[in-house]
Design a protein around this ligand. Structure first.
Ligand SMILES: Nc1nc2c(ncn2[C@@H]2O[C@H](COP(=O)(O)OP(=O)(O)O)[C@@H](O)[C@H]2O)c(=O)[nH]1
Ligand SMILES: [Mg+2]
Length: 440
């Protein structure tokens, strides 16, 4: 699914590789590539442009975190914006009323009948007692097809051979459902090859007659921009509640999945990934964004680093540093922060394929053991007044902490360097954090 788009996005990110930070220029370049990738995936120009503008703005507004690279940060921003574009959260269908009525609409061949069978199966598995209704009266084969699916998923099918009035059939089906204690009615309607006034009028009439609690629009994801245009026309007429994307198992370019929500302002609720009856999935925008980027591991890394990085603390320390008050307590505190990021490494190591990522963060729980032991042996007075650490005090610290005198000397030297760096304001602090990550 979406392989082409994935490859192109990956290529776009290469522009950022090796860059130290996100700048107006390198983001603009990357976004130009991303926009091209989206257009190639058949996303509409307007949607693609809005999207890349938004990502660019958000990326430039991000804090620079030592534990993540610009490309990783941008991946996270892209991920969140992709998910937002597709609706952010999964949305349930409404099943209200007794029986609850679900009306299924869409063009011919989009996968309506297949979807009604799949939905019936899901509802039955969720403890419902559904009824399938054959309101596609124009092709005798359509009724037969629904009956076969009904048998497969063990859900009864209501049909009236010879009755050419879908409104009447749908109403009768609801009476039938009430008499037979079915609590959900799924109405399969007739489509056309293209938007057609007679079809629209008919579906409008069925909708008015059965008052569905959920009207779904089924669309073939392979049709790209056409899918989006059809969705718009159906929505203008029917004001549907949600979209079902089908045939995502084919080599669809992804344009429909990415643009529909932005164009009709209705959620994608399901996605269909095979002809088989169990091939129906709830549509999760976040998971879809993971899939498109193929970088779920990076996203969780950045999230964790963002959680751990305490901006307020960094500001507090840079203020102290400016007044030349940076001491071993602050130092220890910073070490703890870096260590928390170190734990991220353990977390990531469990994600398959993340090995290449973890080498970017050279921190583990043992990194600072010696440093912590030495600072632990200092008196409160020494911690607050780093300059009193003369030769004899350093010797005492080595004995007390069980580390060598060389190690103690190295630490005090590193501390002095870091203290100098922290005078450079918050940029200095970030510098310090990355310096500390390299410390052994
Ligand atoms: N590969 C694939 N084929 C599908 C999917 N959904 C439906 N189909 C096939 O698409 C064709 C049209 O489906 P159908 O349900 O009859 O469409 P309808 O005319 O809208 O009722 C059939 O051959 C289905 O088997 C899907 O998610 N994946
Ligand atoms: Mg059909």
């Amino acid at each position: 699914m979406f392989e082409n788009l994935q490859t192109k996005i990956e290529r776009a990110f290469k522009t950022l590789k090796g860059e130290g930070r996100i700048t107006e220029i390198n983001v603009a370049e990357t976004m130009k590539e991303i926009r091209k990738a989206l257009l190639d995936a058949d996303v509409s120009y307007k949607v693609a442009k809005n999207f890349t503008d938004e990502v660019k703005q958000k990326a430039l507004g991000q804090n620079v975190l030592t534990a993540v690279k610009p490309g990783q940060m941008l991946t996270k921003v892209m991920h969140d914006e992709l998910a937002a574009l597709m609706g952010s959260k999964a949305t349930d269908i409404h099943l209200k009323g007794s029986p609850a009525v679900v009306l299924v609409t869409g063009l011919q061949g989009s996968g309506k009948t297949t979807f009604t069978g799949k939905l019936a199966l899901q509802l039955r598995k969720n403890g419902r007692t559904p009824l399938l209704v054959a309101a596609d009266v124009y092709r005798p084969a359509a009724i037969e097809q629904l009956k076969i699916l009904g048998t497969q998923v063990e859900v009864p099918v209501y049909a009236e051979e010879g009755n050419q009035n879908p409104v009447q059939i749908a109403k009768n089906a609801i009476d039938f459902a009430r008499r037979n204690s079915c609590d959900a009615v799924i109405v399969d309607t007739a489509g056309r090859l293209a938007i057609d006034e007679v079809m629209m009028k008919e579906i409008e009439a069925v909708k008015k007659a059965v008052q569905p609690s959920e009207t779904l629009f089924v669309v073939d994801a392979m049709t790209g921009q056409d899918a989006v245009n059809t969705a718009k026309e159906f929505n203008d007429r029917l004001n549907f509640d949600g979209v079902v994307l089908t045939k995502l198992d084919g080599d669809t370019r992804g344009g429909a999945a990415l643009s529909i929500r932005a164009v009709v302002q209705k959620p994608i609720k399901f996605m269909s990934v095979s002809e088989k009856m169990d091939g129906l999935l709830v549509f999760h925008p976040e998971r879809m964004a993971d899939r498109i980027l193929g970088m779920g591991d990076v996203v969780s890394l950045v999230e964790r680093a963002q959680e751990q990085f305490d901006e307020a603390e960094a500001r507090r320390i840079s203020k102290r540093a400016a007044k030349n008050q940076f001491d071993y307590n602050d130092f220890l505190h910073q070490i703890k922060q870096v260590q928390k990021m170190g734990n991220v490494k353990d977390l990531i190591a469990m994600v398959p394929g993340a090995a290449k990522m973890t080498k970017d963060i050279d921190v583990d729980d043992n990194t600072f053991k010696g440093v912590e032991a030495i600072i632990g042996s200092m008196t409160p007075h020494e911690r607050e007044n780093p300059d009193v650490l003369n030769g004899s005090r350093r010797k005492r610290l080595a004995l007390g902490s069980g580390r060598s005198i060389e190690e103690v000397n190295r630490l005090t030297k590193q501390f002095d360097e870091i203290r100098k760096m922290t005078k450079g304001g918050s940029a200095g602090i970030k510098n310090m954090m990355s310096r500390m990550q390299g410390m052994r």
